[in-house]
Write a protein that binds this ligand. Sequence first.
Ligand code: ASP
Length: 590
Amino acid sequence: MSDRVSCGALRAGDERRAVELDGWVNRRRDHGGLIFVDLRDHEGITQVVFDPQHPSFAEAEHLRNEDVLRVSGSVRRRPAGTENPRLATGDVEVAVEALEILNRSLVPPFHVNVDEDADENLRLEYRYLDLRRPRMQRNLRVRHRIVKAMRDFFDSRNFLEIETPMMIKSTPEGARDYLVPSRLYPGSFYALPQSPQLLKQILMIAGFGKYMQIARCMRDEDQRADRLVEFTQLDVELSFCTEEDVMETMESCMRYVWREALDVEVPPFVRMTHQEAIARFGLDKPDLRFGLELADVSGIFAGTEFGVFRSAIERGGAIVALRYPGGAGLSRREFDALTETAKQFGGKGMVWIALSGDGHKSSAARFLTDANVEAVRRAAAAQTGDALLLFADSAELAHAVAGKMRNEVGERCGLRDPNAFAFAWVTGFPYLEADEETGKPIPAHHPFTAPAPGDWELIDRDPMRMRAQHYDMVLNGYELGSGSIRIHKADEQRKIFEMLGLTPQQVQDRFGFFVRALDYGAPPHGGMALGIDRIVMIACAEENLREVTAFPKNQVARDLMMDAPAPVPEQLVRDLHLRIAGHDRPSSSV
Ligand code: ASP
């Protein structure tokens, strides 16, 4: 009798064991009259060897990559000098005594046994092959471990995981809803959740006190490398809590996850206000793996003759300086390219100063006095050999562009170590911000967020100055998620809706159920949600969320493997009381 073992199990101590293994042909080599097959399963790779004397040798000659085999045989030490230290099983091999071919494979459209680059759309179309590759196997294992650690953490703190429905009424999170037409109620639609926000708040009203969920969310947005239309959140809510309680809970969770799942000790998170983050790093999600803090050098140029700087200052804007370590050696052309990058980030231009040993060069040399340069150098803590990059604009834009350029410089200087993890809290956000497209004020978080204590009085006078009880968790320049203390009184919630321009009728139609629930003894509560895909992406040192998601849509929101979205038979559309406008509707008879 032989023992069933996985392809990752065998070691030198297993010599002479009779074993049976199942797996895929990772690679076949014909060498010195023998045939070697690397047999692979989800646990590892074992080398199996076919001897020419053996009856299965002829069959083994025709084995191809990704064929599925069952082999049995005996374990032996590899001959001295042929061990493979890169494989856990690399000291041994299995001398095959019986071979069963369980299935054949066509030739895969890309290499499965190495992580070489292949066209992403092809990878997504043949995702089952792509997922067999070592990188994807590793990433999804890390993902499993992270999610398990999250569940374990919250379980140990007496949180309940409660599932909320997938077909609900719209919950605004600032994106477009995916809608599901109702067959039974013509003209009515369910919305797929952008988040379980209202339901988790209602669970607090329902007396559960501590809720968590690994929640699937859907937002009909344009896909980007750092955004998926369908994603997973660690969703959390607590009753009778302060901002401090939520932040302590979430920070402890992440430190636990990093320890348990990644074996990394994370120090207590850095904290800063939104205002401080913008002033020092230009962005509200600063990458704190490196310094390169920005300096507001507007004061140095008060009264300057230089038109670009003068007009920024006269309009109440700012001049922001960034140090580029070692940047003095860049050529003019390289500085020009950097200026183009700044323009792509929304800037109008960039002034550079190269601090070489024999003085300085600059794109605005005519207007800069030595004293100016020396003052900027000091403000930005630059040294000989560095360059200084200056951005003049409205204060907001100058900081934003400088902040993005700081990340760019950090990248070029190798300061963004993918194996370093710099967590931070950003707090004290403004309650409102201007919508990117319409310019209208919208909540910086969502309309269920409570204003900072004492800021209610600004609501009629100066709402843009209101601050929110809202906090963001940031890691390596990414926002992992946001949370807030919520409004728990119906009249206050109505007041916020009113400030946002909703009529009482609109409030009733969209949120009537929720405002009513607040009226039945809603406890003070707050919570947060973190993007699991993003967390796993950073933990795996990947740059694209699709690399840590089993079956993602591609950049244009298509599932290339299933070929979705897809037309459906006319009758189904009619059953849903829908008619497709236009004549070029793709039709399906299936
Ligand atoms: N629902 C929020 C979001 O998805 C998170 C929260 O406030 O708990 O961003």
